[in-house]
Design a binder for this molecule. Structure first.
Ligand code: CA
Length: 398
């Protein structure tokens, strides 16, 4: 029996000892690197004496930045030592457990460059049909490369941060009009946090050296702003006002039992996108809107893996650095209730959803709260959790 007295810290629960995601919480001594154990946070600085060498410095830090830079051998060594400590029968000297309900989390790392992909065929086809009803739903490049764009790293916010409704231009009957977005939406995505030595032209087989961990992302999207601005250079202000990321980064190692092939391509891919191991992940998401579960997006339906996305992102010679973040693109499956955006779920506002309280929704209203969670298969029949990403819409700021 572990010294951690929390029924949620059990091998048959998503945040048992098989998961151990990292975050940063406020403590009496300032921010501290921490690990999630069940429904508690365990700050690591107070127990830094339990670690040796480089690991003692990494767990004494105020953010995950140094850990991200330290690379795969340090990540594995720290995880192994943590497993020993949290499954021991006696608590380490000085250990403090903070209930997550009371813990104040921080954005756990300094976000470097941020890239958002578009790798769900179902999502891309749905959006294509909605935005370009007279054209082919998929553009010709889509099946050959993971389409993406550079997002705004400075507006990535930690789960729990309120999201003010963005202002912007949208198309009106007699020219553009300006004001708060009237078609505010979510995109349920899986994000990948990069680390290890800076590198260019990362092959798919080197992905594990440069991906530290996985976190859920909500790519808030103002569809009215986006639809007017996106031609010909892609998303801009309709996305850049805020992107939420889960507070706890689940290490890539935790997904060893969740590896699956991505959806088979229509045609052979260029060599740099060919994998020698499967890097798709069997992650199942849930989207809850004001307490009503409205969708279960299925990450096994993606057409490009994180390894292919990272290879593509760096194949031109661009460098990946610790703290870079990339996200999968909206996760949508073939069924209506697997769609990862309200644009798709409400078919551009034409098919409202009825929530459990009887209210109808197409896009987000002020005060609405969206919670995205996910799980994946863990080792030995266990389940690995991805921490929730939560956000509430508040009125536009004047
Ligand atoms: Ca997106």
């Amino acid at each position: 029996m572990s010294w951690i007295d929390d029924p949620a810290f059990a091998a048959d629960r998503p945040f048992g000892p098989q998961t151990l995601p990292y975050g940063v919480v406020e403590t009496a001594d300032g921010p501290s690197v921490a690990v999630r154990v069940g429904d508690h946070a365990l700050p690591l600085r107070p127990i830094a004496d339990e670690f040796t060498g480089e690991l003692a410095d990494l767990v004494s830090a105020e953010s995950l930045d140094a850990l991200l830079a330290a690379g795969r051998p340090a990540w594995s060594a720290l995880r192994a030592r943590l497993r020993e400590l949290v499954t021991a029968t006696a608590a380490p000297d000085g250990a403090v457990l903070l209930p997550l309900a009371d813990a104040q989390v921080r954005l756990p790392f300094t976000v470097g460059d941020y890239v958002d992909f578009y790798s769900s065929r179902h999502h891309a086809e749905n959006v294509g049909r909605i935005f370009r009803p007279d054209g082919e739903p998929l553009l010709p490049n889509w099946t050959h490369l993971p389409v993406g764009y550079h997002g705004r790293a400075g507006t990535v916010v930690v789960s729990g941060t309120d999201i003010p409704r963005p202002h912007g231009q949208r198309k009106g009957d007699a020219g553009p009009v300006f004001g708060p977005s009237v078609r505010l939406d979510i995109e349920a995505e899986v994000g990948f946090v990069c680390g290890g030595p800076p590198a260019r032209r990362v092959s798919t087989s080197a992905a594990a050296e440069h991906i530290f961990g996985v976190a859920l992302v909500n790519d808030w999207s103002a569809r009215d702003i986006q639809a007017w601005e996106y031609v010909p250079l892609g998303p801009h202000l309709g996305k850049s006002f805020a992107t939420s990321i889960g507070a706890w980064i689940t290490p890539l190692e935790a997904f060893a039992a969740a590896r699956v092939p991505v959806v088979e391509p229509d045609h052979p891919r260029l060599d740099y996108l060919v994998e020698d191991a499967h890097w798709g992940l069997d992650i199942r998401l849930e989207v809850v809107w004001n307490g009503t579960m409205v969708s279960r997006p299925d990450f096994t339906q993606m057409s490009f893996s994180c390894a292919q996305q990272l290879a593509h992102m760096t194949v031109n010679g661009a460098t990946v650095r610790p703290g870079d973040l990339f996200a999968s693109g909206t996760v949508s499956g073939p069924d209506k209730r697997q769609r990862g955006s309200f644009l798709e779920l409400s078919w551009s506002g034409k098919e409202p959803l009825t929530l459990d309280d009887g209210t109808e929704r197409t896009f987000l209203e002020d005060g609405d709260t969206v919670v995205i969670t996910a799980t994946a298969p863990g080792p030995d029949g266990t389940v690995v959790g991805l921490s929730e990403v939560v956000g509430t819409i508040v009125a536009a700021v004047d």
